[in-house]
Design a protein around this ligand. Sequence first.
Ligand SMILES: Nc1ncnc2c1ncn2[C@@H]1O[C@H](COP(=O)(O)OP(=O)(O)OP(=O)(O)O)[C@@H](O)[C@H]1O
Length: 248
Amino acid sequence: MRTTPILEVEGVSKRFGKFQALTGVSVAFAPNMLTAIIGPNGAGKSTFFNVVSGAFPPSEGRVRFRGRDITGMAQHEFARIGIAKSFQITNVFKQLSAHENVRVAAQMRTARFSLLRPRASLGELSDKADALLQRVGLWAVRGKPATDLAHGQQRALEVAMALASEPQLLLMDEPTAGMSPEETVVMMDLISSLASERTVVLVEHKMKLVMGICQRLIVLHHGAFLAEGTPADIRANAEVKRVYLGQH
Ligand SMILES: Nc1ncnc2c1ncn2[C@@H]1O[C@H](COP(=O)(O)OP(=O)(O)OP(=O)(O)O)[C@@H](O)[C@H]1O
């Protein structure tokens, strides 16, 4: 990789008891690119995502963000250093409006930084929330309680909340899971546009979905690295076809 990577995963393995879910995975991610981690069922994609996003530490290996070792770092530190993850639907306060949810997310960021800079005023937070809601296409429903939003809109709300921390790296786990075809198109367009401003790494089971929007794909199989490359490279890779495309 010619540019200095923003995220480096080095020799990462993960065991659950005797089960080896990941084995020695090493990959690096260039800044401001959209990369998808793909692979068939049980390939280790979610485990990879959880290790990289700090949900649990790897059994072996290191994860580095902008050169800093973040292996095993506490979850709450991630937003502070510039990493956000979506989707944890549980983060949405169902009774609050879309606007209030994003404002709270933005407020949490300024609270974290309050020692370093003055707290933002309510007006500033409100403006920021509005801008983010516009960014993810939820302006029209900003006043609605989150619970009344369609599934796709709730997920877009999660994205707006994740963006409130102004991340340099956005990690997304199956962002279109459970979405209708129409909602999927909207979300894919959104992800594509977000990736022009920051690094986005997404985990996706459905390879076809990401082929059109990702610059790079990483394929896992049986918990190990199988291949990486552009969508065209991956489409032409006989081994990938065998283990992955053959199933669909
Ligand atoms: N907490 C756990 N305890 C035990 N085994 C686990 C645990 N989490 C995952 N596994 C196993 O690790 C393997 C990889 O699972 P993982 O969820 O990472 O795969 P995946 O590629 O995301 O699959 P899918 O596309 O089906 O979601 C699977 O065989 C799974 O059963």
